[in-house]
Design a protein. Structure first.
Length: 126
């Protein structure tokens, strides 16, 4: 049985990992080799696709910290959760993060993520 709270924490941590080698290791441990990640900004498959997307997200949000927001809701092989991204000073100030997402993940038999269905609830204007 998958502990989806731990899975969600690891997922959010992967978004914040800036060391490319460490991030690749996190992606391989967290995502199935044939996983599919879909959100408004991406539709990628496999470890290389997910890792590349995470690298682009970090480039677009330099210095942002990603955090889990609230509880993880899960049943069977699926979970949903909210996350936020903000500069450290914004987190310290206690305000709402400028980027907020809502993701649904599906876990395989081995506990790794096979699918991500991501939604963006708040994104700063370009």
């Amino acid at each position: 049985m998958t502990d989806f709270t731990i899975l969600a924490r690891r997922y959010v941590a992967a978004f914040g990992e800036t060391d490319a080698g460490a991030r690749k290791e996190l992606v391989a441990a967290l995502f199935a080799p044939d996983c599919r990640y879909v959100d408004p900004m991406a539709d990628v498959t496999g470890h290389d696709g997910v890792d590349g997307f995470l690298a682009v997200a970090q480039e677009k949000l330099p210095g942002f910290e990603f955090r889990l927001l609230g509880d993880v809701d899960a049943h069977h092989d699926r979970a949903r959760f909210r996350w936020g991204a903000a500069p450290p000073a914004a987190w310290a100030a206690g305000g709402e993060p400028p980027v907020i997402g809502f993701d649904v993940v599906v876990a395989g038999d081995d506990g790794r993520i096979t699918q991500v269905h991501g939604f963006l609830d708040a994104v700063p204007a370009a």
